[in-house]
Design a protein around this ligand. Structure first.
Ligand code: GLN
Length: 509
């Protein structure tokens, strides 16, 4: 792979590489590189969500069931720290790409580390388990932000197809996320597969490790696609030129690494000292104001990025309760019957992805059809917050009805529909906006900051879900109502800030 430096560019063409012209050879008239990134990320997410679907269960199952036999509390703590770290390490991954190896190589190395991590977990011991988790978190930190910036690099800054391109990319994410729990869940938990293992003379208790291995196979397939089709990406994600004296910023790398570890430690400490969460919010507001009132355009754009960051963090804090409070609502308070057939409560975890697959083409079409008349990014973000808030408003009557017993499945179908509309307005748009706002030399870092919002949101989701009460309908209704009100309030504030944020963005839509 070449590591040719980018030519000097003006603000207008800042993120465009020389070949990012109006190429249309890929999915839906998009650049052909999008197809490669679509399938690579589909398989990476297949591995991520396939493993995540087993993680909690594997930890709490007893040794006699093939699990690790952890208690729920320790398992939940490991789960929370792992999901947070996966996204938090994106900062480090973005920094490494920006300053050392470029996004293209970072995705390759990240994918190899992720696959190694999953394969490590295919072996049954506590050591291989933890080593696997660490490898996957580090590999994802390298891959996730950088594959996302490469999508952005396929388009010129003025290309109206960019948001649509991210919607398509997002669909790849969710095809992987939808399919994988079905595959890994079958291998890990089904009687059919255990019988097959016994017939082969293998230990059926190792079925979990077959599930983890399948996640590794998925990531390997992603790497095969990426390597075979690398020619389509030769013009994006190259390594930056070293400083004039040939040096690389090793010192700063050390600081970013230490900072990331400190943040992980601080977020873990917030379990004991909740005040740290407020300190974090205060720091974010201070950072927005600091950058907004500096004279240069890059700083103002950074302030805009931080406003998006704040909104995304609030969004994920509600949305990421799918695996916690909503999963409990699904399990304890919902009749899980469709078309006369009952189904396991864990299947609800795939419903968000099904909605994304159905809605992503509609949004991709909508953004293309509206062209320059589409709402601005801050307006889309405000609408995203509105929808996630409405999803919890919908749960208020559902919660009240639980006083009479379990409720029908349509409530959760509606919840996931509203949340997914919100997600389509915020998440792919956020990815796209980061690639537009970031100065070229910082694009990986800025994408890392974007995923930091997901990391903190995941953590907050855990804190909020801790208040879930399934026994008392009124308290449960209040649980949803209070969160809906807070996010509704944030929506109003963001709506009021839209003109200011647009100004901070300095011409970027
Ligand atoms: N579900 C999306 C993905 O896996 C978004 C995750 C996030 O940014 N929190 O990429």
């Amino acid at each position: 792979m070449s590591s040719s430096p980018l030519p000097p560019v003006s603000i207008e063409t800042e993120n465009a590489t020389p070949l990012a012209l109006h190429e249309t050879g890929g999915l839906g008239g998009h650049p052909s590189g999008l197809t490669t990134l679509f399938f690579t990320e589909m398989w990476e997410r297949f591995s991520y969500y396939g493993m995540r679907a087993l993680l909690m269960l594997f930890m709490v199952k007893t040794a006699a069931e093939g699990g690790l036999g952890f208690d729920t509390k320790s398992a939940a703590a490991i789960y929370g720290t792992y999901t947070m770290s996966v996204y938090l390490l994106s900062i480090l991954g973005g920094f490494i790409a920006d300053n050392f190896i470029g996004a293209r190589r970072a995705v390759l190395v990240g994918g190899i580390v992720i696959a190694t991590g999953h394969f490590t977990m295919a072996f049954g011991s506590t050591l291989t388990f933890y080593t696997g988790l660490v490898l996957i978190a580090m590999g994802t930190g390298l891959l996730k932000p950088n594959i996302s910036t490469m999508v952005g690099s396929l388009y010129r800054p003025t290309d109206e197809r960019r948001d649509a391109g991210f919607s398509i990319f997002y669909m790849g994410i969710n095809i992987g996320a939808f399919l994988s729990p079905l595959v890994t869940g079958y291998l890990a938990q089904s009687e059919g597969w255990k019988t097959q293992l016994t017939a082969w003379g293998l230990n059926p208790l190792n079925s979990w490790h077959w599930g983890f291995g399948a996640a590794g196979v998925g990531m390997t397939l992603g790497l095969v696609v990426y390597v075979l089709q690398r020619g389509r990406l030769a013009h994006v994600g190259s390594a930056p030129a070293p400083e004039a004296d040939g040096r690389r910023p090793w010192g700063k790398l050390g600081l970013v690494a230490l900072g990331s570890l400190a943040l992980i430690a601080a977020m873990k400490a917030s379990d004991t000292y909740p005040v740290l969460v407020y300190v974090l919010f205060a720091l974010q507001i201070a950072a927005i104001l600091f950058f907004a009132f500096r004279p240069d355009q890059d700083s103002k754009r950074m302030a805009a990025i931080l406003v998006f960051f704040f909104a995304a963090e609030i969004f994920w804090a509600i949305f990421e309760q799918t695996g916690s409070s909503i999963s409990l609502f699904a399990d304890k308070l919902t009749h899980n019957v469709a078309f006369g057939q009952s189904f396991p409560s864990s299947w609800w975890q795939s419903v968000n992805s099904i909605w994304v697959i159905l809605l992503a083409p509609i949004f991709a079409y909508l953004w293309i059809a509206l062209g320059h008349k589409q709402p601005s990014s801050p307006m889309k973000f405000a609408l995203g917050l509105l929808f996630v808030s409405l999803s919890f408003v919908l749960m208020v009557p559902a919660a009240k009805l639980t006083a009479d017993g379990k409720v029908g499945p349509l409530w959760l179908v509606g919840l996931f529909f509203l949340q997914t509309v919100g997600e389509m307005l915020l998440s792919p748009v956020g990815l796209s906006t980061m690639t537009k706002l970031a100065p070229q030399r910082l694009v990986g870092l800025v994408m890392g900051i974007w995923f930091l919002a997901a990391a903190l949101g995941n953590k907050l989701a855990g804190v909020l879900a801790g208040e879930f009460k399934s026994e008392n309908a009124t308290e449960l209704a209040n649980f949803f109502w209070h969160q809906a009100l807070i996010v509704g309030g944030c929506t109003v504030v963001l709506l009021a800030l839209v003109p200011w944020v647009k100004k901070l963005m300095g011409g970027v839509r």
